[in-house]
Design a protein around this ligand. Structure first.
Ligand SMILES: *[C@@H]1O[C@H](CO)[C@@H](O)[C@H](O)[C@H]1NC(C)=O
Ligand SMILES: *[C@@H]1O[C@H](CO)[C@@H](O)[C@H](O)[C@H]1NC(C)=O
Ligand SMILES: *[C@@H]1O[C@H](CO)[C@@H](O)[C@H](O)[C@H]1NC(C)=O
Ligand SMILES: *[C@@H]1O[C@H](CO)[C@@H](O)[C@H](O)[C@H]1NC(C)=O
Ligand SMILES: *[C@@H]1O[C@H](CO)[C@@H](O)[C@H](O)[C@H]1NC(C)=O
Ligand SMILES: *[C@@H]1O[C@H](CO)[C@@H](O)[C@H](O)[C@H]1NC(C)=O
Length: 932
């Protein structure tokens, strides 16, 4: 047998087509559970590894008479029937999408009363109940997930009958944004059906035909209630011509697209059962015209059943939708509700000469992701496990709290769950108690007695819920920290048989705490009264002296300030006072240090050499370079319109601006209002505007991608601060690349929020002409004349596209006279053509995933409707992701999945490629303002 298959392997190997997507294959993980050796499967050329060194638990079971000739199914791994979970950990790249697949072949059985029935989990999410009904059937469970950290845990547990087992475990990375959905922060996709219609045989089609190793089931299938109720006149067709599948992002294999069914009598219909339905689902239909139609022939049809308003009225005309024959057209149904029994049919339209055609379908159920245990808690527990790495208890896999608890922890029922108890008495722990334990705020019981712990007690002052702490019988040393007295809930503290030193805080001895401390030879409970009294007196004396010195100093300082303020007051006159008053009312306090101050016009004239060097023009007016007497370089802005009604606004703005301080906002240093001139004095930004760096000037060398990400992040933070950090919140209203300035260190700061409106005050103010800049203008604002934070988000999306492409937002040369960067970029993103967007200057030096991340969020920012756009906070998260991906720093645990963004849903737009009713792009174009 062994010889036989070895020969087979060499022979078959000669015929294996080496797939062109080699990178993916290298990352395939294929685990033969219960297998005894590593090998290459001759049928696919894929390498399989035995799990014998991956998992310590369970036992291999050899299947004697399996009629499946796959090597993977010669054995399986069976786990004990107990209250534990048994887990495999697969390493992943954070935010990358994967197929995770498990299979179960029970094989021949003795005389069991019942076949196994148990639970399958991915992390904390219940994936499936595996119910074996036929011993010789391979049950396949498949999830499409976006990894939220550097690993996923696949666990079996909770047997209802029989013993949990597993036959194979496979991990297949997907390319870029395949199967991206707008729900992926909260939902996995559980594959319910993936069918190749018109298949040439009964065998499923997978790797190497599908480089991603999806399993495309044949529609010639003997399963009960699967693809029954076939309409009369349905025929199977095939072609050997190539089909172009690169037009859409799911890349179904060519061989799947080369076959189809056709309803020659005008109807295709099928019925199939969908496990675990009714549910909300994501569905794809894959079409390619693979018959050569005559010039006067057409193939047009509609989805007749199930009826979805919106989808069902759209006419599918494959050749037209795909722009040609032998080309993929892939309408997606983003969120539809299907029943357990799904009947679907396509019917031809009256004016069509040919009946409907269908190449393949895919249906996946949205599976709500359950939140995993608090990450801080998990990382502390991981640290503790390393203190006794070979113990059984340290090797219980999966999430500490889900689906069943580790044997040595208890958890709260909060979301996310927190660890409330660590029970590790006498578990041969070595080393020091981890200082990070202070982060486990929910901890109520800590049992670490009877181990070999050494070192001092770390800070545990944040463990305010701690009731019981057992540290007896270790080798802990050092003094008893003071926080022990202040833990409000502590009831029981045992520290006998250690080497603690020093005195016992007296509160511990007389408090309500049950405190045991015998056998710590150097620990003293005699309060040393005389000494402490002396120390107290010395302390009191020292404090008194200190108070005197500080008090005197303060008095001097106040006096000095007052005189200074009076000096200024003389020159500024009444306007300064009104500003002060205003500020006092709004801010509740007077201007204090670090706040913009009045600068006389004379001083500014001198600093700017009589306004001789103009460095820019903002929406607020011209900007001049200046240098103050103390050497500080400044940018002085003169208001363009000195008409008197601006007066109050000016005062308002300055008062407001002077209270805004943020690293990523250009700071206002001072102001001047004199002789009908109004000036604002800002810190000078040495490296000019972002726009100039991207395309405006040849003085600068092109920015590389990490620099662009840094700038994007800086600017986003500045805007986020305006939206959320200010009260009242501030809408910038004119976000653009020329309003993002770069300081001497190339860090970005947002400028020109001088004309920003405060949301509260300005909602009633509806101006007749939309303010803002062509190319950046939120179409919704233009239509409704109402500025919101989401208008800034839109404009920022345009800036992101500029950063990606290095192109101007409006450019007849790049996009034609009708179009702008938004239309251009969106259409490329929809085609999945990210390389078409990237600035040639940086292409080749970037991680495409990182660029995608930014493109996806930019695409969301420019959604037609404000409510579909992300918040600036979410934009920042996306940019930080991109930074992390670019740095290749996947194991950073910082990114939180829960706070995550909706930003992944570039896919939403694909819907419109099916509907083609009203592309939002066109409508946006038509309402874009002509000029100004
Ligand atoms: C199988 O391969 C893995 C790594 O590829 C290795 O760690 C393991 O020892 C191998 N197992 C056997 C049984 O050869
Ligand atoms: C993703 O797909 C594109 C287009 O088909 C291909 O060029 C690229 O190599 C793929 N990337 C990976 C990592 O497989
Ligand atoms: C493929 O289609 C041709 C007709 O175009 C037919 O003769 C042939 O039998 C088909 N092949 C299979 C395997 O169905
Ligand atoms: C799908 O739509 C339903 C209702 O239309 C909604 O409740 C649900 O949240 C949507 N998304 C998912 C993933 O189910
Ligand atoms: C299409 O045109 C051909 C000749 O040009 C004709 O024989 C045929 O009947 C036409 N078919 C239809 C459906 O009109
Ligand atoms: C559609 O296909 C034709 C040729 O088959 C080509 O000239 C045209 O550019 C394509 N249009 C689009 C939008 O791809």
């Amino acid at each position: 047998m062994g010889l036989c298959s070895a020969q087979l392997a060499t022979v078959t190997c000669l015929f294996i087509v080496v797939p062109h997507v080699l990178s993916q294959v290298a990352e395939f993980i294929s685990i033969d559970c219960g297998g005894s050796s590593n090998y290459t499967d001759p049928r696919t050329g894929l390498g399989w590894v035995s799990d014998s060194e991956i998992i310590k638990y369970g036992k291999p079971v050899t299947l004697t008479s399996t009629d499946s000739n796959s090597m993977q199914y010669r054995s399986r791994r069976e786990f004990p029937t107990d209250n534990k979970k048994y887990c495999y950990r697969l390493s992943t790249k954070e935010r990358r999408r994967y197929i995770v697949r498990t299979t179960f072949l029970y094989g021949s059985s003795g005389s069991e009363e019942a076949y196994p029935k148990f639970q399958l989990y991915l992390d904390a999410t219940k994936w499936a109940t595996v119910t074996i009904q036929e011993v010789s059937r391979v049950y396949v469970e498949e999830l499409i997930v976006r990894a939220s950290s550097s690993y996923v845990d696949v666990c079996v547990c909770c047997a209802i009958t029989g013993s949990p087992f597993i036959s194979t475990l496979e991990l297949r990375p997907l390319n870029l944004s395949m199967y991206a959905t707008e729900f992926e922060d909260n939902f996995f996709l559980k594959v319910a059906a993936r069918v190749n219609f018109g298949a040439l045989s009964m065998d499923a089609l997978r790797y190497p035909d599908d480089p991603y190793d999806r399993i495309w089931e044949s529609d010639v299938n003997r399963r009960p209630n699967y693809l029954v109720g076939v309409a009369p006149g349905t025929i199977r067709i095939n072609t050997s011509k190539n089909v172009n599948t690169m037009t859409h992002r799911e890349y179904p294999p060519v061989r799947v697209m080369q076959t189809a069914v056709v309803g020659t009598q005008g109807l295709i219909s099928y019925r199939l059962n969908l496990e675990d339905f009714p549910a909300n689902a994501l569905a794809y239909a894959y079409f390619a015209e693979i018959e050569d139609l005559g010039a006067n022939e057409t193939r047009k049809f509609k989805l007749v059943q199930p009826y979805f308003p919106g989808y069902s009225n759209a006419v599918v005309n494959i050749a037209e939708n795909a722009n040609g024959s032998y080309t993929l057209y892939e309408p997606s149904y983003m969120n539809v509700t299907f029943d357990f029994v799904l009947s679907f049919s396509f019917g031809k339209t009256k004016d069509s000469t040919r009946g409907p055609l269908l190449n393949a379908i895919e249906i996946s159920k949205y599976l709500q992701i359950s939140v995993t245990t608090d990450r801080n808690d998990v990382s502390v527990l991981d640290g503790i496990r390393l203190m006794s790495p070979d113990s059984d208890w340290a090797n219980e896999g999966g999430d500490p709290c889900f689906p069943v608890l580790w044997s040595w922890v208890s958890c709260s029922s909060t979301s996310p769950p927190r660890v409330t108890k660590i029970a590790l008495s006498r578990k041969s722990l070595r080393g020091e108690i981890l200082p990070e334990i202070n982060q486990m705020e929910a901890l109520t019981e800590l049992w670490l007695d009877g181990n070999g712990l050494t070192g001092i007690l770390p800070d545990m002052s944040k463990l305010v819920n701690l009731k019981i702490m057992h540290l007896e019988n270790n080798q802990l040393s050092g003094s008893l920290p003071g926080y022990l007295v202040h833990l409000p809930n502590l009831q029981e503290l045992f520290i006998e048989n250690n080497s603690f030193r020093g005195t016992i805080p007296s509160a511990l001895l007389k408090g309500k705490v049950l405190f045991k401390y015998d056998n710590n030879p150097e620990l003293q409970n005699v309060a040393q009264r005389n000494h402490s009294k002396l120390i107290m007196w010395i302390l009191i004396a020292a404090v008194a002296v200190l108070l005197l010195v500080v008090g005197g100093g303060l008095a001097l300082l106040c006096f000095h300030r007052k005189t200074k303020a009076a000096d200024k007051g003389e020159t500024t006159g009444t306007k300064k006072k009104s500003l002060l008053a205003y500020s006092a009312v709004r801010g509740g306090h007077l201007l204090d240090e670090g706040v913009a101050y009045f600068i006389p016009l004379l001083v500014l004239e001198e600093a700017t050499d009589n306004f001789s060097k103009r460095v820019g023009k903002g929406s607020f007016g011209s900007v001049y370079y200046g240098r103050m007497k103390d050497g500080k370089e400044v940018a002085v802005k003169i208001t363009a319109d000195p008409s008197s009604h601006l007066n109050r606004q000016f005062v308002t703005e300055v008062a407001l601006l002077s209270r805004i301080h943020h690293r990523n906002l250009v700071p206002l240093i001072g102001y001047c209002e004199e002789a009908d001139r109004r000036l604002l004095v800002y810190e000078y930004m040495h490296n000019g505007t972002l726009g100039a760096h991207l395309y405006g000037s040849s003085d600068y060398k092109p920015l590389d991608w990490p620099a662009r990400l840094q700038i994007a992040q800086d600017a986003a933070k500045g805007l986020e601060y305006l939206h959320n950090g200010c009260n009242p919140s501030i809408i910038h209203g004119d976000v653009k690349s020329s309003n993002i300035l770069l300081d001497i260190n190339m860090r970005a700061k947002v400028s020109d929020f001088g004309l920003s409106r405060q949301t509260e005050e300005d909602v009633t103010h509806v101006s007749s002409v939309a303010k803002g800049t062509v190319g950046y203008l939120d179409p919704e604002y233009y239509a409704c004349q109402q500025l919101t934070e989401k208008s800034d988000v839109y404009s920022f999306g345009v800036v992101l596209f500029e950063l990606l492409s290095g192109k101007k937002p409006v450019s007849a040369a790049d996009f034609g006279p009708e179009l702008n960067i938004v239309h251009w970029a969106r259409s490329l993103i929809r085609k999945g053509d990210i390389c078409g967007i990237i600035d040639p200057c940086i292409l080749g030096n970037v991680k495409i995933e990182s660029v995608w991340r930014v493109a996806e969020v930019a695409n969301q920012c420019v959604e037609q409707h404000g409510h579909s756009r992300p918040s600036m906070q979410e934009v920042i998260v996306a940019i930080q992701d991109a930074v992390r991906i670019e740095r290749g720093n996947e194991d950073e645990l910082k990114s939180s999945t829960s706070s995550g963004s909706k930003a992944q849903s570039s896919r939403k737009t694909l819907l419109t490629s099916f509907l083609e009713i009203e592309s939002p792009d066109n409508s946006r174009n038509s309402i874009a303002p002509a000029a100004r």
